[in-house]
Ligand binder design. Structure first.
Ligand SMILES: C[S@@+](CC[C@H](N)C(=O)[O-])C[C@H]1O[C@@H](n2cnc3c(N)ncnc32)[C@H](O)[C@@H]1O
Length: 289
């Protein structure tokens, strides 16, 4: 029977041999999962044996991963902003850069917006990653979580119930802001923003994700542009929009914002890699929050 130490070394080597990024971390996560052990126990139990069913389970995981299927799809969960979320191939795997959006939305809501009951729209909710974290940290908020298909909303619904926030998050199916029944204080949107032609050039793992969650059209801005043109009727006069985007898209979105919201002030928040990532439109301008 192989020990945990040997199994870790072998798994790490297998992943590294096909060029999987973060092979060491991923091998640890895989072994943790089959051993049902937290990470710290893995290292204090390095001489424990890995039994035959555990070896078989690990072999299946490694086999799928060697075909470059993302680990989150194989394990069926992903941690985001400290919360575990169910994921499957109908939804985008939540990304660390989107935590910037959550952080900034929380900052805006807690520091600036003085309404008693904040109404928020999370457009293109996917797993519900943004909506769930906002609901957890903003107990007075009511949130609409919008996406385009039942398959995606089923995943969001599972996650929302698992985190006990179903009383304050309403799921809505439809195109961008169209299903909103009332104007909101805050729109947060991580919509597809990758230009179509760039997608095949990206890493193999991304090719497993749904194109409806990635593909933003010729310049990547099709959905953001459409959302912004719907927003004047769906955002309160002193409302705020937060859009996740690619740093290269900032000038185009700035120009669009000037046309649609001439009174607004805009700013840009950077992600953990110091890249421009979240575009902020404060509709009321200097007079606002
Ligand atoms: C980049 S993913 C973001 C998912 C999630 N908000 C996150 O940050 O992990 C974009 C999401 O927008 C959804 N979407 C694409 N087109 C849409 C549309 N026209 N109306 C509503 N949602 C749409 C996709 O289904 C997908 O779930």
């Amino acid at each position: 029977m192989a020990t945990i130490r040997e199994t870790l070394r072998q798994t790490h080597g297998n992943l590294e041999s096909v060029g999987i990024p973060d092979a060491r971390l991923e091998s640890e996560v895989m072994v943790m999962n089959v051993m049902r052990m937290p990470r710290q126990d893995l290292f204090s139990h390095q001489e424990d044996g890995v039994n035959a069913p555990q070896e078989r389970e690990l072999a299946q995981i490694v086999e799928r991963r060697l075909k470059r299927e993302p680990l989150a799809y194989i394990l069926a969960y992903k941690e985001f902003y400290g919360v575990n979320l169910l994921v499957n191939s109908d939804v985008l795997i939540p990304r660390p850069e989107t935590e910037t959006m959550v952080e900034h939305a929380l900052f805006m809501a807690l520091m600036g917006m003085e309404t008693t009951e904040l109404v928020i729209a999370d457009v293109g909710t996917g797993t519900g990653a943004i909506a769930i974290n906002l609901a957890i940290h903003l107990p007075a908020a009511r949130i609409y979580a919008i996406d385009a298909t039942d398959a995606v909303l089923d995943v969001a619904s599972h996650n929302i119930r698992a985190h006990n926030v179903a009383d304050r998050i309403k799921l809505a199916k439809g195109d961008l802001l169209e299903p909103l029944p009332e104007p909101v204080d805050l729109i947060v949107a991580n919509l597809p923003y990758i230009p179509t032609s760039r997608i095949p050039t990206l890493q193999p793992e991304i090719q497993w994700e749904p194109s409806a969650a990635l593909d933003g059209g010729d310049d990547g801005l099709d959905l953001i542009r459409r959302l912004m043109s719907q927003a004047p009727d769906k955002l309160k006069e002193n409302g705020i929009i937060l859009l996740e985007l690619d740093p290269e898209q900032v000038p185009a979105v700035e120009e669009l914002s000037r046309q649609l919201f001439p009174e607004a002030t805009t700013s840009i928040e950077q992600d953990l890699a110091h890249l421009d990532r979240v575009f902020v439109i404060n509709r009321a301008g200097e007079e606002g929050y």
